[in-house]
Design a protein around this ligand. Sequence first.
Ligand code: UD1
Length: 415
Amino acid sequence: MDTLKVQGGYPLRGELKVQGSKNTVLPMMAAAVLYKGVTVLTNVPMIRDVYCMIHILETIGVRVVFSDHCLVLDASSLQSGEIPLEDVKKMRSSIMLLGALLGRLGEAVTSYPGGCSIGKRPIDLHLEALRAMGADIQDDGICIRAGTKKLHGARISLRFPSVGATENILLAAAAADGVTVIENAAREPEITELCLFLQKMGVRITGAGTGMICVRGGSGLCDTSYQIPGDRIVAGTYLAAAAAAGGDVCLTGVYTPYMTSALQVFRDCGCDVTWGKEHVRIRSDRRILPVPMICTSPYPGFPTDMQSPLMAVLAYADGISVIEENIFEERLNCGAQLCRMGADIQITHNRARIIGQKELKGAWVEAGDLRAGAALAVAAAGACGITKIADPGHIRRGYEAIDQDLQMLGGKVWW
Ligand code: UD1
């Protein structure tokens, strides 16, 4: 097991370009299999989830070249719709290939996805939608076998605006005959970007970024190149680290209109946060104000992925804050690890009551999931002494070089 070490007490200062977005690039990699040709993605983060998706794509016959953050995918000789079981277990986004493979080959075999252990992660909405589009899906609780003569458009009303289900439907709809309408679609930036990417590929889509997306499928696709935007959650993590450790940090390469709710919360915490369209600057004197109540919710609400890093910041607040987690029930688990560092956090159902402390202390802690691992690094950056974060591989799934990034800003962080 890797251990991320953080020696706290060093303010963060300087400028950093944020890596490309994990949750944006993964569905685009899946989308590449729709097309018998070449897709080029730039500003791709060199993270474990991307390497895992590359492995899956190579296994099913996609030719891949990845160097210097540029990913070239040639799916002209795609051979198989069978996604290797061990890869599916490693990464939840592999489920995204279901819609794309059904669209391209008319068949797909996969199993229940893995990823972060942050609570139940059903895929019922994905499967119901694909069935409505003409897929025959056999699901024995372990293996999922899907087949279709040809997908057709459908009107799909999601009970919940699931990001993954919306992405899967978009990919299936791009290859289906006729029109697909998604009602109560997710509005996350990653959906908007996927729609823009598919449009560039030749798919006719309206309503990107709204709750109602309309896709006219079956158009001829073309070679596409697309630049992955900066990762809004990685940016938010580094803002949180600067808030906790104090300092003056400017992040570039981010699209701040996608970060509005998080930026506002950092201001509510008493940090001086200013931004332009593609950069954000935070100045923190470590006097963190409590936030009486913050609830996670689908975009444009406060993102669940930022909940743990925010909890780490509020552990230092001058007063009591409450966080309500409404998307993934086990995502508050990070609180118990923060308590090992001296935080005072009480969890009841989906609420965390955080009684801010003047000081946290370095400790041995464990990263239970990707964002919890990042949150522990945030807390550690402001703590006294050295924190050792035991990590079975979560952090590198989503952060290309959290150690080097924080070092560039003057932090003392090493693997
Ligand atoms: C994606 C993101 C993840 C983020 C989440 C919410 C990726 C790779 N991951 O995950 O980082 O935290 O969006 O913004 O992009 N649900 C169902 N049935 C389904 C699908 C989902 O009940 O078929 C429920 C889930 O249990 C959860 C909620 O819907 O409570 C949100 O899930 P969803 O939006 O699908 O998240 P992911 O796509 O898994």
